[in-house]
Design a protein around this ligand. Sequence first.
Ligand SMILES: [Ca+2]
Length: 359
Amino acid sequence: MMLRMRDWVTVLPLLLLTACSMPSSIAQAPPAATPPAATPPAAVAPEPPTPFDLGRADIAGWIDEIAARHSVPAEDLRDLLATGRRQPAILAAISRPAENVMTWWEYREKLVSEQRIAEGTAFWKTHRQSLDAISARTGVDSAYLVAIIGVESSYGRRAGTWRVLDALMTLGFDYPRRSKFFLAELEQFLLLVREERLDPATALGSYAGAMGSPQFMPSSYRRLAVDGSGDGRRDLFTDWDDVFSSVANYFVASGWQRGAQVITEATAPEEVFAALDRRNLDLKDTAESLRARGVRFDPAVAVDTPLILIPAEQRDGPGVRVGFANFRVITRYNRSILYAMAVHDLADALRARTAAAAP
Ligand SMILES: [Ca+2]
């Protein structure tokens, strides 16, 4: 994920959700978010960053455990972790309650903005050769690769300004509610640093520790990033071939179907809309079961096609859309139906703009 903290500090659910493989308790939090504008000034300035007390029993125990598990000297681990800083501003941000949950049309206006479409069209043009090659190889349309990077980091411009080491240590050691998750990611980060020869002093990311323009958490980075440029390293910070290949690989690993639909527009009776489970991310319906409830959409969709009925409020009232298996794939990248719809709509807008500009 994503987005400079100062712009998005109130959009916490979005930031967290974008962390690729967040656990389901976070993943199924109400879809993002609060309006990104107007963060009230903090009443009290956050405390300054400080080193961690590595002698603290839980921290010392964790270091010994990790050292033993990966056969590294505990002293080396302590030397590295001694450079980490506890960032109270991260704790303040992650603890801030989400306020108004955005409706789909509000969310869409924020994420599928004219600026993001214009920048994405230019970005696509710049990287066309690489995107086309990776798309042909993997079956993931270039428009979706560009859209993911556009939503995650504004095409790499906003990939995060926190040191990943600080973020993961702060949340792992001092945010009990998600400690287990973030300590697991810290462990993954330490392994990643070693494997990919990253510099932990300078590796930057979101305040939840997501890295590079596609905003991979360390576990996703280790599991799913690929070396698209063939130089023997997986570099999601500066190597666009690696970035595009890795996002495509994430999609493929989540079940992306080449050339298949993502979303189709639909209408539904009011009571069907009202009864929708907004947290559902699974293909619980089929074309047949939806039609039986009065949902109307493309009659060409075969009766046994697995589908999800998606709430999509419009400015003027209720709205629904129907998602296919590829829609579900996008929610694996970030477990939010609003996010997945925004990626799809941005991809559509980028395709339309790019086609219109073609000679
Ligand atoms: Ca590479």
